[in-house]
Write a protein that binds this ligand. Structure first.
Ligand code: FA5
Length: 353
């Protein structure tokens, strides 16, 4: 009987080799392992075997059944793989946007002007030794306000109309909100490094305000911070001038005037001569000829303390560049809402990949 089982197994091996359809494999399997299959038929004569023969035949029959199952499983998966490969070779998808795609269709993608300007600004700051940081859009009131010297009852909270979440407070008892400015990253950045340091943090911010030619509800800022010993307003002005010269590649008129932000002291507003109307007055600059672009100042001691830095030993400057407005000034865009419109006629005017 053992010989018969071995013979059946060898025959099975030879037959399965020749098959290439899953249904044929399953039918072959049942012709060997099914109730009336070859192996089952051989085992029917087990009743005539002696107890010693049975001890030998039983395990051998199980072994052969298992081998047949294994061969069937392998064959089925080989067939499936072959089918997938055949499909792939017939339906090739070019995911690389290569010349072939470009040749067929000239409307291929390009970078959004905001991305172009952000990359340019990041490169300039990286070349001046700044790190680039990121932070969460959903923040706690601690990072958006309190740590920036704006406690709960401070009127400055009304300067930025805030989208609040109705959900549960954070474990520290803080309400959640959509960050209204990238200044949230000032304290996060300070908490995770030791002075001296310098970093920028570009990102999306959210304000519940009415839109017009120069205001959006969802827009981009780029925060910057430098902390060390004996940092002065002159250092601040140097970096601000440097960045604008690099971006515009020409002299642009700017003006510095006092500005109030609870997290800096002294604070400044840096305005740029409106590049859309050359200062004559338009809807972007609200007919005044100047656009608020880059508020900045020397970091308030309370903010340094919130970031774990001793204000007796260190000081620094911070700024919050309005990235969308910078894009508008660079390209002469007369309405901020074009940037988020998704209108291809607008987007396709900018550089291609
Ligand atoms: C702030 O958000 C401060 N966090 C900036 C700052 C950082 C000051 C560090 C001092 C030190 P402000 O609300 O002015 O400030 O916004 C900063 C810039 O973002 C503005 O100058 C403007 O360029 C841009 N901005 C403000 N509101 C809008 C808006 N609704 N749409 C588009 N850009 C805006």
């Amino acid at each position: 009987m053992i010989d018969k089982l071995n013979e059946a197994y060898e025959k099975f091996q030879a037959e399965i080799e020749t098959l290439s359809a899953q249904a044929d494999v399953l039918s072959l399997k049942s012709s060997y392992l099914g109730k009336k299959g070859a192996v089952s038929e051989i085992l029917k004569s087990l009743k005539d075997a002696t107890p010693e023969e049975r001890k030998e035949i039983g395990p051998k029959a199980n072994e052969i059944k298992q081998e047949i199952e294994k061969l069937v499983a392998k064959k089925l998966s080989d067939i499936e793989l072959a089918q997938i490969n055949e499909k792939l070779s017939k339906n090739k998808i070019d995911i690389t946007f290569t010349d072939a795609v470009k040749a067929k269709n000239n409307n291929h993608g390009g970078f959004h002007p905001r991305t172009l300007v952000q990359q340019e600004v990041e490169d300039i700051f990286l070349s001046m030794g700044f790190e680039v940081l990121d932070g969460p859009h959903i923040e706690t009131e601690f990072y958006n306000f309190e740590a920036l010297n704006i406690p709960g009852d401070h009127p400055a909270r009304d300067m930025q109309d805030t989208f609040w979440f109705k959900d549960e407070k954070s474990p520290e008892g803080n309400k959640h909100l959509l960050r209204t400015h990238t200044s949230t990253i000032q304290v996060r950045g300070m908490q995770s490094r030791k002075p001296p340091f310098r970093f920028i943090a570009p990102g999306t911010v959210f304000r519940c305000e009415r839109t017009d030619a120069s205001h959006e509800m969802v827009f981009q800022q780029l925060e910057g911070m430098m902390v060390g010993k004996d940092i002065s307003v002159s250092n601040l002005i140097y970096f601000m001038k440097e960045i604008l010269t690099e971006i515009f590649k020409k002299d642009v008129e700017v003006r510095l005037r006092p500005g109030y932000f609870p997290f800096v002291e002294p604070g400044f507003e840096l305005d740029i001569k409106c590049q859309v109307c050359s200062g004559k007055g338009c809807s972007v600059c609200k007919q005044v000829g100047w656009v608020e672009l880059l508020p900045c100042g020397m970091v308030h001691p309370n903010v340094l303390r919130a970031g774990g830095i001793d204000p007796e030993e260190y000081n620094g400057f911070a700024f919050g560049l309005g990235l969308d407005r910078l894009v508008m000034m660079k390209y002469g865009i007369d309405d901020i809402r074009h940037l988020q419109s998704g209108d291809l006629r607008f987007n396709s005017q900018f550089k291609e990949y």
